[in-house]
Design a binder for this molecule. Structure first.
Ligand SMILES: Cc1cc2nc3c(=O)[nH]c(=O)nc-3n(C[C@H](O)[C@H](O)[C@H](O)COP(=O)(O)OP(=O)(O)OC[C@H]3O[C@@H](n4cnc5c(N)ncnc54)[C@H](O)[C@@H]3O)c2cc1C
Length: 372
């Protein structure tokens, strides 16, 4: 990103003045630009809903040193912060008042091996899908079911991304974070992260204080295809492939996703806007008595996950709009920006849908994207 050209907002370079004053004498040779701060930055191209909210102050984070510089600065460290990856799981309902830290640190490598696993690490700013494809190209299967999920590697642990019968936690090894409270970096293991369904410690105790810098994955040497997701298994069976490879699975997942999900480059959206609600067996039985076609998935802990898309569809919302915010024609779970929607428009639509589902089924829907 440059300071001139297509960007019309104001920017200035931020200097480590103290580093340039040595022995009481000003030494311009030591005065290094550390961070470039930008003001009043449109985030429209940086969130997949395409909402035109502005960041009061914006900085690109290339390395831990950038985070340390922000934490050490008396003015920057007190600003409210928004960590931004690919902006594919956010709904911006207002301008962002403080500092947006855009994670752009890149790099990926094999960092360790054991008899059972190969450990790979990617920096937070890496694109998730490109990282998955890179692991497959290295002959390291495991993450193929998670192909084509938009966004960055650094955001993937936040909601323990999942799709097509797999979730990040299965292959997670560890991550490095910068903690704005202690101003230190530390490593978290899988147990430390408290992964759950679209959930982790980063949505709770570490919310607003941790910046994920890199994530490591333990990929199995002994690979078995994961065909738990019925549609994926059926599609692969239809291809009559004799020895299914991880790349076959990735290609099939990519094809299904392209067919089923709207491309944010064509129409603004953040994927599923609602989580699938989890209910008790008793509540499931009661619902089934009145709604025999209820779509539900029994969970290993005895609870039952309901298909939120089915509940929304039953309420007649598929394809409907309120102003510029709408429900996708093929996917009732996906809310879209039909052009010029604000975050408030999308949130108002989400509230109406939530109210209708609660009134009809007595089930409360929970938003999946982070509402800002
Ligand atoms: C078309 C479409 C399909 C999708 N399909 C799926 C799917 O199948 N499964 C699924 O799980 N999700 C899906 N998503 C949601 C989204 O892709 C994931 O949640 C993704 O991990 C978000 O990454 P991001 O970099 O865009 O995060 P952002 O939207 O930039 O940020 C999301 C949250 O993470 C925080 N964050 C981001 N980076 C960091 C960091 N380095 N350190 C600390 N906090 C950070 C942000 O502050 C924010 O709270 C889909 C989205 C779209 C648009």
């Amino acid at each position: 990103m440059a300071c001139d050209g297509e960007f019309s907002y104001k920017c200035f370079r931020y200097y480590f003045i103290s580093a340039s004053v040595v022995g009481g004498r000003y030494n311009p040779a030591l005065m290094k630009p550390a961070l470039t701060l930008w003001h009043d930055v449109s985030l429209r191209e940086l969130n997949t809903f395409g909402i035109d909210a502005h960041a009061h102050t914006f900085v690109s984070v290339n390395a831990v040193a950038d985070l340390q510089a922000i934490a050490a600065d008396p003015q920057l460290s007190v600003l409210p912060r928004l960590i931004l990856g690919g902006g594919s799981n956010l709904l911006l309902t207002q301008d962002v008042p403080g500092l947006v830290l855009h994670m752009v640190n890149t790099g990926r490598m094999v960092v360790g091996e054991s008899d059972q696993h190969v450990i790979v690490r990617a920096q937070a700013g890496e694109n998730w899908h490109e990282f998955v494809q890179w692991t497959l190209a290295q002959g390291l299967p495991g993450l193929e079911n998670l192909s084509l999920i938009p966004g960055s590697v650094g955001a993937a642990p936040i909601q323990n991304i999942g799709a097509y019968g797999s979730e990040l936690a299965e292959f997670f090894h560890s991550l490095t974070l910068f903690d704005f409270v202690t101003c230190e970096t530390r490593v978290l293991s899988r147990d430390d992260c408290h992964f759950g369904y679209r959930d982790s410690i980063f949505k709770h105790a570490l919310r607003d204080r941790a910046v994920i810098i890199d994530v490591s994955f333990a990929l199995p040497r002994q690979w078995n295809p994961n065909l738990r997701y019925a549609e994926l298994a059926a599609e692969l069976a239809a291809q009559s492939v004799s020895d299914i490879t991880a790349q076959d699975i990735a290609n099939t997942v990519i094809a299904i996703r392209r067919r089923k999900l709207p491309d944010p480059a064509q129409i603004g959206n953040a994927g599923s806007f609602f989580k699938n609600p989890v209910v008790s067996q008793e509540q499931h039985a009661q619902l089934l008595a009145t709604h025999p076609k209820l779509v539900a998935y029994p969970q290993s802990d005895g609870s039952v996950k309901l298909a939120a898309g089915w509940l929304i569809d039953q309420c007649g919302w598929k394809g409907r709009s309120i102003g510029p915010a709408g429900v996708h024609e093929r996917q009732a779970l996906v809310l879209v920006n039909r052009g010029g929607a604000t975050g408030a428009d999308v949130l108002a639509l989400a509230k109406k849908i939530t109210d209708d589902v609660r009134a009809r089924f007595g089930v409360m829907l929970d938003n999946e994207p982070v509402i800002i």
